[in-house]
Design a protein around this ligand. Structure first.
Ligand code: PRP
Ligand code: URA
Length: 209
């Protein structure tokens, strides 16, 4: 059963409110999405294992902790997931980045895959899928299917805003995937948009509407 973690930190919620505001332009929107992703990365990686290593400070030798085990891949769902990558890379600079291109057909609301390029050793990596919006859940479910088809195992999903419907759909389809969100909104509207949400994340990030 997926674990759902809401990262309701005051800084995250404050910045998210500015992101949601329709008066916030693309430049500020981009910067804030990057900042929120960086703050969320701190929680998303909380259970990463540590190992003891010996180092030498200018004073003496000592044992201390460093990250152990699996390497990380960040996999944004294009386009809007790209906005979260720079913030993630600030905290996990050695991560590799895969890309899955999906757009949601506005008539059927079903995702259509148009691109997939992943690190060769994706099977061995701890994967963090990023997408600001989890609406019907179709895009996240398909992206995770694509990753699993290519042998990926350890996958977590990180979104800024989720609908209750989207969370349930991902949990039903992928009970092994933990979900991290900054906020859970009320519902979807008849066009599959999250209410109150923030509108179309890709368009707001890239100024395409
Ligand atoms: C948005 C968003 C998600 C998807 C969520 O992308 O970034 O990927 O919709 O909706 P769902 O949960 O109902 O699938 P969109 O398809 O608009 O593409 P874009 O990022 O290129 O704008
Ligand atoms: N995609 C978006 O960008 N926003 C929504 O509210 C739903 C899907």
């Amino acid at each position: 059963m997926s674990k759902v973690t809401q990262i309701a930190h005051p800084l995250v919620l404050h910045k998210l409110s500015i992101i949601r505001d329709k008066e916030t332009g693309s430049k500020d929107f981009r910067e804030l999405v990057e900042e929120v992703a960086m703050l969320m990365a701190y929680e998303v990686t909380r259970d990463f294992p540590l190992e003891e290593v010996e180092i030498e400070t200018p004073i003496c030798k000592t044992k201390c902790k460093m990250l152990a085990g699996k390497k990380v891949a960040i996999v944004p769902i294009l386009r809007a997931g790209l906005g979260m990558v720079p913030g993630m890379l600030k905290l996990i600079p050695a991560a590799k980045v895969g890309h899955i291109g999906l757009y949601r057909d506005e008539e059927t609301l079903k995702p259509v895959e148009y691109f997939c390029k992943l690190p060769q050793d994706i099977k061995e990596r701890e994967i963090i899928v990023t997408d600001p919006m989890l609406a019907t859940g179709g895009s996240a479910i398909d992206a995770i299917n694509s990753l699993k088809d290519r042998g990926a195992g350890n996958i977590r999903l990180m979104c800024l805003i989720a609908s209750p419907e989207g969370i349930k759909a991902v949990m039903d389809a992928h009970p092994d995937v933990d979900i991290y969100v900054a906020d859970i909104d009320e519902k979807l509207n008849e066009r599959g948009y999250i209410v109150p949400g923030l509108g179309d994340a890709g368009d707001r990030l890239f100024g395409t509407k």
